[in-house]
Design a protein around this ligand. Sequence first.
Ligand SMILES: Cc1cc2nc3c(=O)[nH]c(=O)nc-3n(C[C@H](O)[C@H](O)[C@H](O)COP(=O)(O)OP(=O)(O)OC[C@H]3O[C@@H](n4cnc5c(N)ncnc54)[C@H](O)[C@@H]3O)c2cc1C
Length: 401
Amino acid sequence: MTSMKGSAITAEAVPAEVDVAIIGAGMAGTTLAILLGKAGRKVALIDPHRVHHDEFRAEKIGADQMRLFAKLDLEETVMRHVTSVTDIHVFRLGQLFAREQKWEYTFSYGPMINGLRDALPPQVPITVGKVAEVSTGPDLQRLVLADGRVINARLLVVATGHSEAVRRAIGVERVEHSKAHSLSLGFDLAIPRGECAYPAVTCYGKRAADRVAYLTVFPVGDKMRANMFVYRTVADQWTRDFRADPQKMLCELMPEISAQCGNFAVASPVEIRQVNLTTTQGHRRNGVVFIGDAFCTTCPTPGVGIGRVMIDVDRLHSVHIPRWLETPGMAADKIGAFYDDPVKVASDEAGMRVSFYAKRITTETGLEWRARRLRNNTARQLMIIGRKVRQLGFRREPGLA
Ligand SMILES: Cc1cc2nc3c(=O)[nH]c(=O)nc-3n(C[C@H](O)[C@H](O)[C@H](O)COP(=O)(O)OP(=O)(O)OC[C@H]3O[C@@H](n4cnc5c(N)ncnc54)[C@H](O)[C@@H]3O)c2cc1C
């Protein structure tokens, strides 16, 4: 049995015996609890906070991720908390490169998680509390909360995101594959949605030395929000300068879109999050499974985090948990089927691969990467020129006729 420090909280009714106990009611834990609850499983969902605070996390998903929610019958709930965006103006090399008509869905993370929690079936309430003791085994998992309540479960799911307390208590370690891999910066623009020249815009960095992956500006409700992904550390002078005067630095970095974005006047503090690329070791254990960011973290730059989390949830809910509960016991070899699931493995590996690639193609200065950038940028320049020539051709056509 492993103990953790925890403060006492108000006691409330808790299912003492459940099929599945889930620690962490974020994106992974809440969606899994909804699905298992709807399937008639007895579930306990434990989180220290009834209301998820509004932290800077995922603020945008694409059509592929929305399809995953649709597959799990969660699309309607998710759609209630998003702003739908299309017609994305993409700038590369300082020029308009493309207008993408694909769909994107933007949101604030806290309200999205709270909206999902509201969709929990009545028989799966959130148990607000801190886990003080965890013991796991081949048959029974036992949780003791800080106020003394006890939950017994056949399976324990750890979905505590970046938090380390529960992982450490179980004896599971993070493996750092790229520490301080990138920084994500989030802030509101002062320009109202109706006055921004673009419905949404993505502007890529121009020079390797800038270490900027891209800036994305998009509406969330009536406001315009910006996320920027850079390959810097919190301690860099650049980061301190950006926090002090984001407007000046954005106008210098991306003058091609500044006027259209209200000269980058900023209406909120700049939130800055460091991202580390991590996986987990020592997780093949009796009775417990780690999912979402509690298992693996990738970089937000390629925007694959929520997709990865929802693949974990889908595979567990639709394949593994029903099989595991069918037969007695919950030994490590049974649970290993999830970690070896080819769909999950491919999703995690792809997330890690694109996270490394996005950094290398932006910042590496070795010959191979400079050659790759040159090749890509030459192809893009040709596309920009081709589009301009076609536009000129169309303009001339009436005169020629
Ligand atoms: C800055 C940033 C920007 C991102 N942008 C994108 C993006 O644009 N698109 C994208 O797809 N992905 C993005 N991601 C990734 C995405 O946000 C994460 O992959 C996803 O939110 C992880 O969900 P999760 O359920 O694993 O963790 P979380 O949603 O963080 O949930 C963890 C839960 O565990 C609870 N918890 C913690 N400790 C305990 C404890 N001891 N006991 C009980 N409960 C506990 C917390 O309260 C929380 O509710 C971004 C990530 C970051 C950091």
